[in-house]
Each structure stands twice: as structure tokens, then as C-alpha cells.
Design a protein. Structure first.
Length: 63
């Protein structure tokens, strides 16, 4: 098995870990209600995805 020849320095470790950050989710506006929604997800306010009604939202039931 491969063994490291020497200790990995703090700088090298931190340089490697510098790229492991979380990305912000891409936000778009819903085609039906124009509210901000996450891309490729069902709109939580109106229940539409790609122009079709996927589920009845709780906000619609209250109206």
C-alpha cells in the first residue's frame, strides 16, 4: 500500500480544502405565479412545475 513520505503541511491541506465550499442554489421565477423558486423543483407557493399543476398547495386551499 502507498504510504506518505512526509507530513502534509497546513498550507497544502488548507489549499486543498479551499475548494470544498457550498454553492448557492440557483433561483428562478415561477412561470405561473412569478415568485422565486429553486430551479428544477416544484413551486412551493402555487404547486406548478413546467407549466403543469403537480399538487394542490395549502395556500390555494385557504383562498
Amino acid at each position: 500500500m502507498a504510504n506518505p513520505k512526509g507530513k502534509t503541511s497546513r498550507t497544502r491541506t488548507r489549499q486543498r480544502r479551499a475548494n470544498t465550499h457550498l454553492a448557492m442554489p440557483s433561483i428562478i421565477s415561477c412561470s405561473n405565479c412569478k415568485k422565486p423558486t429553486q430551479a428544477h423543483h416544484v413551486c412551493t407557493s402555487c404547486g406548478y412545475y413546467k407549466g403543469r399543476n403537480v399538487f394542490e398547495s395549502k395556500e390555494k386551499e385557504k383562498k
